[in-house]
Ligand binder design. Structure first.
Ligand code: ADP
Ligand code: MG
Length: 346
């Protein structure tokens, strides 16, 4: 399968062009003390920093203005504009200020001290199911609000979903809006974007991108949180693409032995090839799995025989003889994943 990344033209569909935040030019070092590195991507480095005047911590995202010999200021302004548009979304990281240096535009972002949920996808100590469902609810709330304003994230993955604190486990903050787009403004969006493991089949097939594209990624993330493995990751990129386009998920594997029927039902409904058959973020939020264990009680999770099918968002009939305390059960084997990210996406 031939994959190419289409270059963004001067006015690609779905890009935001205007920002309200002023990009300041005074020396960053005089106002902020940079400390440790928090993460890095192909064109960005994120550093923890402290505002000298207030002692407050921030995450400074240094975005290179020139990439592969090209001026990418428009893409950076777009990322800022999406953050501005999502300012009232409590599940999206807040942008505090922006600065410009010779090489970079630096976004001063709310610091998410709990790190990436990726760490919980590969950890030997899986999260309790009631934490997974709480985080998924918050993620879906954030995605729902984005979608309500016709914004699609298009790069939802465990590395771009952060936590406000680690212990106790805090709340979700969505980051990295570099690939986000506005839908419905300038015709159909069919750009090829994203990270192989997490992209939906319609992206690989160059079919229209919709809000459902993000819901596929939510399904992949839910799978990873529950099972501890990436569902479509192959030996190489081509195998990953093939797994995605064939929706090659084996729900009968040993890895699923300890996973509740409702969790499987939730994931199964998202990982479907036809975007129109996936539930919306709002519909996902009504799924019984997300609420059963969301309460503070440690009520045992009813597990029903694997073959039993459940209707759309219908709670499966409870089998009292088949109760097991899911929270006490070990999850499937967890493996460390190599990030199969190619240069800037596909
Ligand atoms: P890129 O576009 O290069 O992927 P991201 O915005 O995803 O950049 O940031 C890269 C990494 O930096 C994230 O995966 C995360 O680990 C860390 N990071 C980003 N923003 C923050 C933040 N606000 N607080 C804490 N860590 C952050
Ligand atoms: Mg990222």
């Amino acid at each position: 399968m031939m994959m190419s990344r289409r270059r963004l033209g001067s006015c690609p569909p779905g890009l935001f062009g205007e920002i309200q935040t002023s990009i300041r030019t005074e020396p960053l070092d005089s106002l902020y003390e940079m400390t440790s590195e928090l993460g890095r991507g192909k064109f960005a480095v994120v550093k923890k920093c402290v505002e000298k005047a207030t002692g407050k911590e921030f995450a400074a995202k240094f975005l290179r203005k020139r990439r592969r010999g090209r001026d990418c200021r428009a893409e950076i302004v777009h990322e800022m504009a999406v953050l501005e548009a999502a300012r009232n979304n409590p599940r999206v990281v807040n942008m505090h200020a922006a600065f410009e240096t010779d090489h970079d535009i630096v976004l001063l972002l709310e610091y998410a001290a709990g790190g990436e949920i990726f760490d919980h996808c590969i950890s030997d100590e899986p999260l309790p199911e009631r934490q997974i469902t709480r985080l998924l609810r918050q993620m879906l709330e954030g995605v729902h609000l984005l979608h309500q304003s016709s914004v699609v994230h298009l790069d939802l993955k465990p590395q771009n979903i952060l936590l406000t604190s680690l212990s106790p486990l805090g709340d979700i903050k969505l980051v990295d809006f570099g690939l986000a787009r506005r839908l419905g403004t300038a015709g159909e969006l069919r750009e090829i974007l994203g990270t192989p493991e997490y992209v939906a089949p319609e992206i690989l097939n160059y079919e229209p991108i919709t809000t459902a594209t993000d819901l596929w990624s939510v399904g992949v993330i839910a799978y990873m949180l529950v099972v501890g493995e990436s569902p479509f990751l192959g030996e190489d990129k081509q195998e990953t693409f093939l797994n995605v386009s064939q929706v090659n998920v084996d729900y009968c594997r040993e890895a699923f032995a300890q996973v509740s029927e409702l969790a499987v039902d939730f994931i199964r409904k998202l990982l479907v090839k036809a975007p129109e058959d996936r539930p919306s973020a709002a519909e996902c939020l009504a799924h019984p799995w997300l609420w059963n264990l969301g309460l503070e009680t440690d009520c045992p999770m009813p597990r029903t025989p694997r073959e039993r099918s459940v209707g759309k968002w219908a709670v499966p009939p409870e089998d009292r003889e088949d109760k097991e305390n899911f929270l006490d059960s070990p999850y499937g084997k967890r493996v460390r994943l190599e990030e199969a990210v190619s240069e800037g996406g596909l």
